[in-house]
Design a protein around this ligand. Sequence first.
Ligand SMILES: *[C@@H]1O[C@H](CO)[C@@H](O)[C@H](O)[C@H]1NC(C)=O
Ligand SMILES: *[C@@H]1O[C@H](CO)[C@@H](O)[C@H](O)[C@H]1NC(C)=O
Length: 120
Amino acid sequence: MMLQRVFVFLLMNIIQTTAAKEPWRPACSRYDYEERLLERVIRNELSMETLLKEIHETNVKIESSLKILERAIYEVETQLKSEINKAKAYMSDAVAEMTNNSSMTAIQIKKEIEKLKGFY
Ligand SMILES: *[C@@H]1O[C@H](CO)[C@@H](O)[C@H](O)[C@H]1NC(C)=O
Ligand SMILES: *[C@@H]1O[C@H](CO)[C@@H](O)[C@H](O)[C@H]1NC(C)=O
C-alpha cells in the first residue's frame, strides 16, 4: 500500500518533470506534435522501467537483510534458551546440594547432642 503510493508519487513526478523539460516549439505540423508526444511516452516508459528495476533491487536487498536478521534473532534465541537451561540446571544442583548439606548438618547436630547427653 505504502509502496504503491510512493510509486504513484514518483510516476507523477517523472511525468511532470519530463513535461516541464519539453522545449516549447511552434507546432509545425500534426506529425511534429505526434512525434514529440511519442518521444515523451518512450522517455516515460524508459524512466518507469528504470524505476521498476530499482524498486525490485531494493526489494531484493530488503528481503536478504530480513533473512539475515531472522537468522541472527534465531541464533540469539537459541543461545539464550541454552544459557537459561544451564542456569536452571546449576540452580537446581545448588538447591539439592544445600538441602543435602542442611540435612547432613542436622544429622551432625543430633549426633553432637547425643554425645553431650552421654556426659551427663
Ligand atoms: C556443601 O558442603 C560442602 C562440604 O561440606 C561444601 O563444600 C559446599 O560448598 C556446600 N554447598 C553448599 C551449597 O552450601
Ligand atoms: C549428600 O552428600 C553426601 C556426601 O557429601 C552423600 O554421601 C550423600 O549421598 C548425599 N545425599 C543426597 C541425598 O544427595
